[in-house]
Design a binder for this molecule. Sequence first.
Ligand code: 5RP
Length: 225
Amino acid sequence: MNQDALKQAVARAALDYVKTRIDATSVLGIGTGSTANYFIDYLAEIRDEFAGAVASSEASAERLKKHGIDVLDLNSTGTFDIYIDGADEANERLELIKGGGAALTREKIVAACAKEFVCIADESKLVEQLGAFPLPVEVIPMARSFVARELVKLGGDPVYRNGIVTDNGNIILDVYNFPIATPRDIETRINQITGVVTNGLFALRPADVLLLSSAAGVKTLRREN
Ligand code: 5RP
């Protein structure tokens, strides 16, 4: 099975998982990226069985709308039931790196409002230590150089993601060569740099469930409290 087939398999498993947890009043949070896109496409099959969805990006909102799924404003829904999204890396504590698709800030906001965060990924995303994938940091444009210098002080090699403007009008610095031994601490420290909107570590609000696909099938990992 190639990686694309594994993404489809885990997206299909996520649909089965979601079906057991929703009713006509349920609001779903929807992530961004290729795995999330497969999930959106499958979700269309049950579009009449829930109230609507909050999207973590303009791209996902468009895709949901094309399938006839109502896109809701997070300010109106408040806390909602379940958020489904992919990841660039996950560890066994279900701490994540996200933001490969530059949607990290809205993803973090949507995750913060979800009672349950279900991460969907293929087995290549499971790592012992986060940080082989360059950590995305969303930055206010005028703070780009300042934030880059501060990230160097923390030990990383920040690289400007050329040509990318986030849905919030900001830029992305990807931090290379930055093994992350203490994800909660690093998430907090980077977020304290003036000019940072947020970074792609999801350790303070990790996933609750990780559906992980491999050639052998999809397994379910749950976060231990
Ligand atoms: C977007 C994300 C994605 O969830 C992450 O990049 C994984 O993407 P894909 O499912 O395409 O591998 O965080 O900002």
